[in-house]
Design a protein around this ligand. Structure first.
Ligand code: XMP
Length: 319
């Protein structure tokens, strides 16, 4: 793609001009945007860049390993991997309010990130994978829920506090363009094509209080669901698909015994930018088989439901 090749070259020059001999720190979220930003910046300035991946313990199955492996071994990009799950899950204990979850995670994220930045001797610049829709959203919805939604994602307040300037090479791009750029930079397709994942992670897919046990059930169910979608060849048609663990147990029957286990909700939507979305119309056979697999393979689940709400009125995430 020639436009992306040109964009890549142009941005590399811009990054070099902006950064000079300065040091840059980039927070990786596990998502496509921050990964593409990091790889582009690394191409521009090499080891003047250090990446920090704060693992809050709210990642999907094998997600942390995938990111670490990609950056350290595939790209050789200096990466600090912080396992902060104890701290995050500790402070989230008993927190049920969705906004409080976001705020707690956002605050901790900044604290941990700041601490790591200090450990590596600080930096002059903070790199972020901010996209064009993020820029628009925070302008046009000032004070509205969208600002709160994104507030932790762009580590708000951190650059000022640490006296860092921002490097945001993706500010003019939409999601599909970021994916093109990622391919141009040689990121593996499985990574580039991944569905968006929210900064607060599984915390907002686990309504009610969050425990390690619930997160583990959710991770397993989500992995089976995504596996089903990939096998059916539907992954790329869908904007986002994920499982939600409901804070309810219901009665079921298995063999000759009564069960009393959790309900898993399945969500899948099509969208172009996440601002509006339609629920995805799977065929019933697919849903039935997926439910059977989840119930058979994931201990602690005995019922599966499918979310048929579009956005609006529903949001994509459940919290
Ligand atoms: P909603 O649920 O508001 O989501 O329809 C729209 C898109 O934004 C993602 N999302 C978030 N991303 N931090 C993020 O980085 C958040 O707190 C957050 N909340 C929602 C969501 O996954 C969807 O792609």
């Amino acid at each position: 793609d020639w436009t992306m090749r040109a964009f890549r070259e142009e941005e590399i020059q811009k990054i070099r001009a902006q950064v000079g001999k300065g040091r840059v720190i980039c927070g990786l979220s596990g998502g496509v945007d921050s990964a593409v930003a990091a790889v582009l910046i690394h191409e521009a300035i090499g080891d003047q860049l250090t990446c920090v991946f704060v693992d809050h313990g709210l990642m999907r199955l094998n997600e942390a390993e995938t990111v670490v492996d990609l950056f350290r071994h595939h790209y050789n990009i200096p990466l600090v991997h912080v396992d902060a799950s104890k701290q995050f899950l500790g402070e989230l204990e008993g927190v049920t309010d969705p906004e409080k979850k976001r705020k707690t995670i956002g605050r901790l994220f900044i604290e941990v990130f700041e601490e790591e930045a200090r450990k590596i001797g600080g930096a002059d610049f903070l790199a972020q994978g901010t996209l064009y829709p993020d820029v628009i959203e925070s302008v046009s919805f000032t004070g509205g829920p969208s600002v709160t939604i994104k507030s932790h994602h762009n580590v708000g307040g951190l650059p000022e506090r640490m006296n860092m300037k921002l490097v945001e090479p993706l500010r003019e791009l939409f999601k599909d363009e970021v994916r093109k750029l990622g391919r141009e930079l040689g990121l593996p397709e499985i990574f580039v094509g991944r569905h968006p994942f929210p900064g607060p992670g599984l915390a907002i897919r686990c309504p009610g209080d969050i425990t390690r046990d619930k997160l583990e059930i959710l991770r397993q169910a989500d992995a089976v669901y995504i596996d089903q979608i990939r096998k059916a060849g539907l992954y790329d048609e869908i904007w986002q698909a994920f499982a939600v663990l409901l804070p309810v147990k219901t009665v079921g029957v298995m063999g000759d015994g009564r069960t009393y286990d959790y309900v898993v909700g399945l969500r899948a939507v099509t969208s172009t930018d996440g601002m509006t979305a339609d629920f995805y119309q799977f065929d019933m056979k697919f849903l039935g088989e997926t439910a059977t697999r989840i119930i058979n393979e994931v201990k602690g689940v005995n019922r599966v439901v499918y979310d048929v709400t579009s956005k609006p009125p529903g949001t994509i995430e459940w919290e």
